[in-house]
Design a protein around this ligand. Structure first.
Ligand SMILES: [Zn+2]
Length: 429
């Protein structure tokens, strides 16, 4: 996935967590370990730029609803019922699934409280993560009392997380500001986040123009379209990461391009919540960086990036025409454009000497891979997350021969089941 799109047969050498060399000849220096991948695909680790790890325990509890009902009758009630223990269970379940299906880096928005528990569990998992505590200080309809924050508490807690966690775990963890969406934040909070982001060069992770109902609420409260409103509050910048952008017209698309706002496309979530089909082809044509995410287990219900790559291409085939978003485009969105969204394109997104050693190995012997005429086609249209054999983050082998090395996957699932049941009881669902 380098600038020349080279597909090479050879060796990748890793030293001190970095890619030290790529060679088509045998590497003669001694190595502590050699992984034989000569019949497989070796890829840069996949980068999911819109997730909610805390919602992984809600899988199956919130199906078949449109966005605002989904939030009001399920998600907010369940988020309000989270404890540090249930957040740890959700994070461990999510990171195990993500690593086993080839995702090595994530941008995630958590809930209002106890985000330290998510950072702690993410640190233990070995995944590379940019994590934000959800900020919501406006009394939007149907918000449970526990999720309503005061302006200053929201700012102080977000700044505290930034201080405690940004750069932690050997630089694997970073903090972001995460105002949930315009509907649940005061104008003052959004303006304060814009200033803090500029001062500290920190990413802002939010949702924008996901459903028509949300767009109508934002217009009623601001008189503007969603992206115009964010731009009026000085939030539009290369550090703004806006999930969805399904309902963005010509003027809003122009604003996104002009300010280099990053857009995160979540095709599986958009389909399941019935939100609509995002104008990804048009956004990319304007030069907007569009990356991919599964969103969450409560609206997907998988966290498998291979599924999102495939859906992203298929949706544009139906919206525009076959080939509007090719398999190679989809793989670029899942790697290079994900790295660009994180502001880490010098470090992640391709297998090149000097970049971080975030690498996955995809088993090429699976039946659905044959005859494997074109690698992009095979990886995007035919492969599945379960075909990932090895996952390496910063040189650490976290999945080895399909098995996670840091946790017992059965134990993770069993603990998640117990915590989900208790959480649903607390939420009254
Ligand atoms: Zn989301």
């Amino acid at each position: 996935m380098n600038d020349q799109w080279e597909v090479v047969s050879g060796h990748v050498s890793i030293r001190d967590g970095m890619i030290a060399a790529i060679s088509e000849r045998d590497i003669v220096e001694p190595h502590d370990r050699t992984i034989d991948a000569h019949e497989d695909y070796v890829l840069p680790g996949l980068i999911q730029t819109h997730l909610h790890l805390c919602q992984t325990l809600f899988r199956g509890y919130a199906d078949d609803l449109p966005l605002m009902d989904w939030l009001r009758t399920r998600i907010w009630l369940m988020e309000a019922a989270h404890t540090p223990a249930s957040l740890r269970a959700a994070t461990r379940l999510a990171t195990t699934e993500l690593l086993m299906t080839g995702t090595t880096s994530i941008l995630t928005m958590e809930t209002v409280h106890d985000t330290d528990a998510v950072f702690e569990a993410a640190a233990e998992s070995g995944i590379r993560a940019t994590i934000g505590k959800c900020m919501m200080d406006a009394p939007a309809d149907g918000t449970p009392a526990r999720l309503r924050e005061r302006f200053q508490t929201s700012i102080d807690e977000s700044r505290g997380l930034l201080k405690r966690w940004n750069g932690a775990a050997g630089g694997r963890l970073r903090a972001a500001f995460a105002p949930r969406f315009a509907v649940s934040c005061s104008r003052a909070l959004l303006e304060a986040v814009a200033d803090l982001s500029a001062d500290t060069q920190t990413l802002v992770h939010t949702h924008a123009s996901e459903s028509r109902e949300e767009v109508a609420i934002v217009r009623a409260l601001s008189g503007l379209s969603n992206v115009e409103y964010l731009a009026a509050l000085r939030l539009a910048s290369p550090r703004l990461c806006a999930a969805h952008c399904v309902w963005v017209g010509d003027r809003e698309q122009g604003l996104l391009a002009e300010h280099d706002v990053k857009v995160m496309h979540c095709p599986g979530s958009n389909l399941k919540l019935g939100s609509g089909l995002a104008p990804v082809t048009e956004l990319r044509r304007r030069g907007v960086t569009v990356s991919l995410g599964a969103d969450g287990a409560a609206c997907n219900n998988r966290l498998d990036m291979f599924e999102e790559m495939r859906l992203a291409a298929l949706l544009q085939a139906t919206r525009v025409s076959p080939g509007a978003l090719t398999a190679r485009d989809a793989l670029t969105m899942a790697t290079r454009d994900g790295a660009r969204t994180l502001g880490m394109d010098g470090e992640l997104g391709s297998i090149e000497a000097g970049k971080r050693a975030d690498i996955i190995v995809v088993d090429r012997s699976r039946l659905q891979m044959a005859p494997d005429h074109d690698p992009y086609s095979t990886l995007v249209y035919a492969a599945r997350g379960s075909d990932v054999r090895t996952t390496i983050v910063g040189g650490d082998v976290l999945v080895d021969e399909f098995v996670p090395t840091q946790v017992d996957a059965h134990e993770v699932a069993a603990f998640a089941r117990l915590e989900a049941k208790a959480l649903a009881d607390r939420a009254g669902l």
